[in-house]
Write a protein that binds this ligand. Structure first.
Ligand code: HEM
Length: 548
């Protein structure tokens, strides 16, 4: 999905209130058609406008004009939250749908966490969520019985205890990552992506990824994600403004025929992957994984075969870029600020771990400085820069005297929240010390990188340990610094170019940059080599063709 999706969302929901969600969420399609065709679409709008006018003086502050076609909307949102509303709550009117931007950790916590009953739904995604995905993608689903079933399956599959059972996989793949960084450091980004994809695919389908560029599962999933991205293109499809077009027969609507063809490809892919696991289960060669768990508990979760197949596909879309991108941000921070924190982290690692073995998950409780670096990395450059998929409110609400209309789109951009100077006075510097000090911040972590309330990241107990273990191991084994040119001189990283050179899109991760990754000593090299060889022996159990 892309960053511009926000504006797509606004368009998508602009002609409809949340009450007109499709049959998948409990409303018969005929009603949707009636609502769109027979009931004039301006009736709900008029109702909304009336309530809106009645509360006009209580609306949160915001600009009179809006910007369109913004490639990095979070930068604009940050400007708005600085300019209006003391950085807390800003209101923008994009089309007839009010959009609320939350710019502080406290406001996001108060609304998305404490008032989760009101703020956990989603706006309508007509092309991406309804037509392309048939309402099967829980991430885009509004609060509904389906979403609760999907969410429960994800929660149970990735809650802390269950995620701990995936740690051996993270440990083994991380040893491969360390070896890749040792032997081919220049390609570090490819290695991070392979690590993240392999953990997710192994945890989900029980088979690992040796090369993310050629792996069939990775390619199929990546294609599916790119299909989703291509339809979440605001302004591209009139259906987002005229939802009744959804019911035009495909024969008269080539765009619809195309999207339905794409949907069938996704269905084939997701069902195909689950059927492979079912087949292995029958032959008793399946490795325990999220999909075997979903199949075993299918009845308990009340998921039909297709819902199950899409649920199994959810971790790929949500967990690969977030994990790999966070590690890439960490390396970027090492290049720029490493002199300030790497020596301290290495002193801690040398004391607690020594040089005879790699750090383990069990070491983390004894590594407060290293874990502070992890928290600060997630705070400093949040990959989920918009705070996840936008929410929609399902009831009128008042917050600190400000009126928030039912059906508003609510966005809590982590770029504004994590770089809010009231909470983090020097926000663009990586300063792990702030996670070692007593500090007021809502919630348990001292940052909001995994979101809030009922939509909080269900992969937190998988994603956070991945980032933590690998940051600890990189710091343990390597020095990371500025890259050198052929003459051995440092290639200067221009602060303005690199620290702000992040991709556009729904998630934002560092654009390519160079850095020098070198082993700390021959002893460290030896340990990395040994642990890698040992990992390869164990990983044979997860080879893509291990059952044959
Ligand atoms: C460092 C890694 C990760 C970060 C920083 C991260 C962050 C986030 C954030 C900020 C959200 C939005 C929460 C909200 O709306 O309040 C989210 C949602 C989500 N994450 Fe993660 N995530 C990570 C890894 C993972 C992994 C490994 C999985 C795999 C299971 C995953 C699965 C999901 C799903 C399915 C959602 C949507 C939840 C919903 O709509 O109900 N994430 N994540």
């Amino acid at each position: 999905m892309v960053g511009t999706v926000i504006f797509g969302l606004v368009l998508a929901s602009s002609c409809h209130s949340l009450a007109s969600l499709s049959q998948r969420y409990g409303r018969p399609p005929t009603l949707d058609v009636v609502h769109s065709l027979l009931t004039p679409i301006w009736v709900p709008q008029l109702r909304q406008r009336w309530r809106f006018r009645a509360h006009r003086s209580q609306l949160p502050p915001g600009p009179k004009t809006i910007r369109t076609g913004v490639r990095k909307p979070w930068l604009w949102f940050q400007e708005l939250t600085k300019e209006y509303g003391d950085g807390d709550v800003v209101y923008i009117q994009m089309g007839p749908t009010p959009t609320i931007i939350l710019g502080s950790a406290q406001a996001a916590w108060d609304l998305l966490e404490k008032r989760g009953a009101i703020y956990s739904s989603r706006p309508r995604f007509i092309m991406g969520g309804e037509l392309l995905s048939g309402g099967m993608r829980g991430l885009m689903a509004p609060s509904s019985a389906f979403w609760r079933r999907w969410r429960k399956a994800l929660h149970n599959g990735f809650m802390q205890r269950q995620s701990e059972s995936y740690r051996p996989i993270q440990n083994l793949e991380s040893r491969v990552l360390m070896h890749d960084l040792l032997t081919n450091p220049k390609e570090f980004r490819t290695h991070l992506e392979r690590y993240a994809a392999s953990v997710i695919v192994t945890v989900t389908y029980g088979r690992r990824v040796e090369d993310a560029r050629t792996d069939a599962v990775v390619r199929a999933n990546a294609e599916s994600m790119s299909r989703l991205t291509s339809v979440n293109n605001p302004g591209k499809f009139a259906i987002e403004r005229y939802p009744a077009l959804k019911y035009v027969p495909s024969i008269f609507a080539p765009w619809k025929a195309e999207v339905l063809r794409q949907r069938q490809k996704d269905i084939n892919m997701y069902l195909g992957l689950v059927n492979e696991v079912k087949d292995k289960m029958k032959r008793e060669v399946a490795v325990d994984c999220f999909t075997t768990y979903l199949i075993d508990k299918q009845e308990n979760h009340g998921l039909d075969d297709l819902e199950l197949a899409y649920a199994a596909g959810s971790p790929f879309g949500a967990g690969v870029e977030t994990s790999a991108g966070s590690l890439a941000s960490f390396l970027l921070a090492c290049v720029k600020f490493g002199q300030g924190f790497i020596p301290k982290a290495q002193a801690e690692l040398d004391k607690v771990v020594g040089s005879d073995r790699l750090p383990t998950f069990e070491d983390m409780v004894s590594l407060p400085y290293v874990t502070a670096i992890v928290s600060e990395t997630l705070r400093w450059r949040p990959i989920t820069v918009l705070g996840g998929t936008p929410r929609a409110s399902i009831a009128d609400d008042t917050y600190r005297g400000m009126f928030i209309l039912k059906g508003s789109i609510v966005i809590a951009p982590l770029w504004s929240i994590h770089l809010n100077e009231n909470d983090f006075p020097d926000p663009h510097r990586l300063l792990p010390e702030c996670f070692l000090e007593e500090r007021q911040y809502p919630g348990l972590f001292g940052h909001s990188a995994f979101g809030w309330g009922r939509r909080v990241c269900p992969g937190l107990h998988l994603g956070h340990p991945s980032v933590t273990l690998n940051i600890a191991r990189i710091l343990w084994g390597f020095n990371v610094s500025l890259a050198k040119n052929e003459r051995g001189e440092n290639i200067e990283v221009d602060m303005l170019v690199n620290l702000f050179a992040f991709s556009d899109g729904f998630n934002s991760s560092p654009l390519p940059f160079e850095c020098l990754i070198t082993a700390r000593s021959s002893k460290h090299v030896q340990v990395i080599e040994q642990e890698f060889q040992d990992a390869l022996r164990h990983l044979k159990n997860y080879a893509a063709d291990s059952e044959d």
